[in-house]
Design a protein around this ligand. Sequence first.
Ligand code: RIB
Ligand code: CA
Length: 309
Amino acid sequence: MSEKRKVILDCDPGHDDAISIILAASSDRIQIEGITTVAGNVEVEKTTLNALKVCDLLGLNVPVARGAEQPLVKVREFAPDIHGYSGLDGPQLPKVPQKKVIDQHAGDFIIERLLASDGEITLVPTGPLTNIALALQKEPAIAEKIREIVLMGGGTFGNWTPTAEFNIYVDAEAAELVFNSGVPVTMFGLDVTHQAITTPAILDRIALIGSPISEFVGELLAYFTKTYKEVFGFEGAPIHDACTVAYLIDESIFEFETVRVDIETKGEFTYGTTCVDRLHVTGRGANVKFARGIDQEKFWGLLLSALKE
Ligand code: RIB
Ligand code: CA
C-alpha cells in the first residue's frame, strides 16, 4: 500500500467541504495534520464552527485553526443562497461544538507545520485561497516544503460570474499568488466537479447505509440538491470539494492535462477567471495539473464505501 498522504485541509464548510473532511477522515491513506478555516461560503466564525461540529460528529481529534476573515484586497462575498445562513444548513447539529479551535492563526499553523516537516505535507484548499497566500507571503520559505497544493477552484467557465468560479473569485489576488508560487498545483475546477453530481439513485444508496454519518451526509445533500436546483436548475448537487481528497486516495479516478493557468485580477467582467491555456497558445510554462475527467463509478464507489466505514 502506498504511504499515507499527510494533509492540511483548508476549507470553508460548506456542504461539500464537510463531505471532503468525512472522506479524508475515513481513509487509511490520508493523515489529517490539521484543519484550517477561511471566510468563504459564510463568515469565518461560521465556517470554523462548522468545521468543529464536523470533527465532533466524526470524533476527529485533529487541530482546527481559524483563519482569514476577509480576502487580501477585495470586499468579502458569501454564498448563503447555496449553503444557508449557517453555511451548513439542513442537518440538525448542536448549537455549540464540544471541540475548540487552537490558539493559533491558520496561516501560522500552516507555516509551523510545513517548516517542521520534511516536505511531505499536501495542502488541500477547498475555499478561497486567502490562508495559503497569507502563509506564503509571511514565510516564503514554506514554498519548497509543500509537496503539492490540491485545490478545488476555477475552471474554464464560472459559477459566480460567467467566467469566474466562487473560490477563486472571492480572492483572486490570493489565487494569483498561489498559482505563481512555483508549488505544484493540482486543480479541480468546475469542468470536473460538475461531473461529480449526485443522482436520486446515489441519494437512495446513501440512505440505505443507515449510519449516523451517512444520515448526516444525506441531510447535507438533500439541502445542497435543493439549493442547486433553485439557483442553477441542476437535478443534483456537485460534490466539488470531495474531488480533491478522492484524488489523494485514488488518483486513477481522474484524468489530467498539464496546462498554464493565469488568474485575472483586473478585468471588469473577468475578475477571478482562471485563464486555462488548454491549447498552449500562450507559450508560457505549464504550472497546473488540470483535472478534466472523472470515473464516476469509482468516485461514487469510494464515497459510498467511505460512508459505510
Ligand atoms: O464553487 C464551488 C466552491 O465554492 C466549493 O468549494 C464550495 O464549497 C464553495 O466554497
Ligand atoms: Ca468549499
